[in-house]
Design a protein around this ligand. Sequence first.
Ligand SMILES: [Zn+2]
Length: 411
Amino acid sequence: MTELTKTLELKLVEPNANKRRKLCETREVYQQALHHAFDAGCTTQTEANDIVVNYDLSGYAKNALKKYVPQLTTTYNAGDLHDDHPVRFTNEGLRFDHKPENAIEWYVKIPHHEDYHLWLPAQPNPDQRDWLEALNAGDATMGEGRLFERDGTWYLHVTATRDVEDGSEVSAEERTPIGVDIGEASLVTVCHRDGHGSPTDPELWADEGKTVRRLRKTYFTATRRLQTRGSERISESFGDDLWKRIDEVFHRVTREVVEYAESVEDPVLVLEDLTYIRESMDYGEYMNRRLHGWGFAKLHAQIRYKAVEKGIPVETVNPRNTSKECHACGEVGYRPKQATFTCTNDACWMGEYQADVNGAVNIADRYLSGESCSREHENDDDSAEDGACLAAPQDSQADATTQETLGPYAS
Ligand SMILES: [Zn+2]
């Protein structure tokens, strides 16, 4: 077992003037409390508590300060404080919310005053989606958060940790690639080649594809109807419930994909590179996939973090024509039906083949042909660019369980 720790980077997406002012307020009061406690030479949490308790700050910020100031004065022996320390919050004060139906999918809850917090839309670093999925599912633990502003943009950095199994030492070339195809008919299809090179053990999650399509359709028709009636609240909670059910399907399928990989000796899971998918498609196809883009990204992110948990490596490959080429001869064929691939090469032994399995084998083969990318591209997230903003979580007075200033870090 190894413990992985990562700093998750989220950009707060254009907070309005009111929220911006509140963030500035928090920062200002935090700096005052920090300087006050530091200048007073507090070396224990109790001493720091006596000072920060008087400031109009959230208890989560006060608790973080009580822990931080003694570190500055004793461990780091800091002589001087500069002026732009990030505002720290203990993890209990932060929360994420995922709304895949919205243009900006992620929201973060940031404490403001003692009984007040803000919900803000946030754009995560796209390379860290797997971590957010893990956090969202309770498979990673959130640590301290740090809020700061750079060049007029606000950011929240949050540390997260999770336990992963150590992988085997087998070299990349000796691994057995398992192709993972994500689609509409079959939500996920996996396949690999046996020792003789024949495709073997294909597994398709077709019923789940059907379930997800049905839930999505229900969501879009029902919310449209409720919204025209002005029942936004009902529409929102109804939508949340449907997306939660889709997410449950995703989690089960991605867990089973990783179990499939565990049944293969020295596996590597091979996914299509999402960036290429966008670049290599024509517009209609692109828009179609864009609508399902969150599904791709979400399934990929969940497979990634669950595979890493089990010590299984994940690679991405160029997806160009993976669904159009014949896995036996490489010729571009066609799909007379959604589920069928037909090879047009007369010299090829293969006539018809299950289309999703053909795609999965092609994806696996690209790993061996060296068409893999070590990681997905930076900035593969265009979700901020289009789409209307739907309902967002509401800022509110804190829950009934108001946090105590003397929280878990009190001495
Ligand atoms: Zn062929």
